[in-house]
Design a protein around this ligand. Structure first.
Ligand SMILES: *Cc1c(COP(=O)(O)O)cnc(C)c1O
Length: 418
């Protein structure tokens, strides 16, 4: 089936007379006919569920859908994007490991890496995503276990050259992990460009309605774990009946280990009700991403032509630094997030924000309703003018998340506020 059909139907195949819509299995517990069967479940010899901290039938259907959308072999849902990213990194790294990450990533992920993971003894270095292949190669260390980046970075909207990073990673037997939150598998499937692991904040476009926090980890199933760099995948896991993930789960070693070892121990799983809401969002993902992208491009062009606008940053614009990469990696569109600088001072931006009527002041992005934020007066208000500049956030920068309303209403609202 094509991806639009998979958005609507994949993952849940009701049998004769059973509910047409994915049911919410609100059960922590499962029942077995024999102890032997439960024993087989623990040995991964039988299919089924043990406890809803590890897996659940509602989640399993949504995981299968997302794995299919990403063209991967398996996926695992988590309680938030942050927990998904943490579990995915912890599945590869421990004290003494090194992570090489693009410097242009979500602020929450920077904190996770730069503060919390460092505290656990994981070494982190950040590299400019525009760095050349040689520079990336030079930043890889003998203990590097992972290279990390975002397809379109939040909030700087930098486009990652996925193939360039995949090449540097694979030359060194290291997997490439990509945060695909802004593009979603509708606009970009990082596995097709060499990524090995994909993570998402499902709280953004996958849900799409700003009703549920969630996260996803997915794997391509193609990475070769046998280089000796990843003994966790090739030697018996004594905490899980001596399982060898690369041998006992050959198509899904990363997700199997993440689930039966890390989700078991850290417990950051999504609830069945949230998985149900996420699935409703996924049923329209293909339509929404198309319209978000279409509206955002029209709004970007309007902004670019407006005399009160200094500059517009949107990868879909021909004037954009990353337009060639956009055409290569997500030719169908660049999602709904746009940023721009107003000609004027901080106070003018505050006035602009307060003038908006249809667009709401929100910290969130990527849902059906248009929203905007002025970082210099809100999320980044503690920073001085110089520190703002260093963070790549001007005093007059506005981030706009273009929603699914009629684009003319969105434009009229912005025009009126300007
Ligand atoms: C929001 C976001 C996250 C964090 O996800 P939560 O669901 O808020 O925990 C991670 N990466 C990106 C790109 C995001 O936009």
């Amino acid at each position: 089936m094509r991806i639009e059909t998979d958005c609507v139907q994949a993952g849940y195949n009701p049998t004769n007379g059973s509910p047409r819509v994915l049911p919410i299995y609100q059960s922590t517990t499962y029942k077995y006919d024999s102890s032997e069967y439960l024993g087989d479940l623990f040995d991964l010899k039988a299919e089924g569920h043990i406890y809803s901290r590890i897996s659940n039938p509602t989640l399993a259907c949504v995981e299968e859908k997302i794995a299919k959308l990403e063209s991967g072999t398996a996926a695992m849902l988590a309680s938030s994007g942050q927990s998904a990213i943490f579990l995915a990194i912890a599945n590869l790294c421990g004290s003494g490991s090194h992570v090489l990450s693009s410097s242009k990533i979500y602020g929450g992920t920077i904190n996770l890496m730069d503060v919390s993971l460092r505290r656990l003894g994981i070494e982190i270095s950040f590299i400019d995503p525009d760095a050349g292949l040689e520079e990336i190669r030079g930043a890889i260390k003998p203990n590097t276990k992972l290279i990390y980046g975002e397809t379109i970075s939040n909030p700087s909207l930098v486009v990652l050259d996925i193939e360039k990073f995949a090449k540097a990673a694979h030359e060194n037997n290291i997997p490439l992990m990509i945060d695909n939150t802004f593009t979603t598998p509708i606009l970009c499937r990082p596995f097709e460009f060499g990524a090995d692991i994909v993570v998402h904040s499902a709280s953004k476009y996958l849900d799409g309605h700003a009703v549920a926090l969630g996260g996803v980890v997915a794997e391509s199933g193609k990475f070769d774990w046998s280089s000796g760099k990843f003994p966790g995948f090739t030697t018996p896991d004594e905490s899980y009946h001596g399982l060898i993930y690369s041998k006992d789960a050959p198509n899904t070693p990363f997700i199997t280990k993440a689930r039966v070892q890390l989700m078991r121990d850290y417990g950051a799983i999504m609830s069945p009700h949230t998985a149900f809401l996420l699935n409703l969002g996924l049923e329209t993902l293909h339509l929404r991403m198309e319209r978000h992208s279409e509206n955002a491009l029209i709004v970007s062009k309007f902004l670019e032509s407006h005399p009160k606008i200094e500059s517009v940053n949107y990868p879909g614009l021909e004037s954009n630094k990353y337009h060639e990469l956009q055409k290569k990696y997500f030719p169908k569109g660049s999602s709904g997030v746009v940023s721009f600088n107003i000609k004027g001072a901080k106070a003018d931006c505050v006035k602009f924000m307060d003038n908006l009527k249809l667009a709401a002041i929100v910290t969130h992005v990527a849902d059906a309703r248009t929203g905007a934020i002025h970082p210099a007066s809100t999320t980044h208000r503690q920073l001085s003018g110089a520190a703002l500049k260093a963070a790549g956030i001007g005093e007059a920068l506005i981030r706009l998340s273009v929603g699914l309303e009629n684009v003319n209403d969105i434009i009229e609202d912005i025009e009126n506020a300007l």
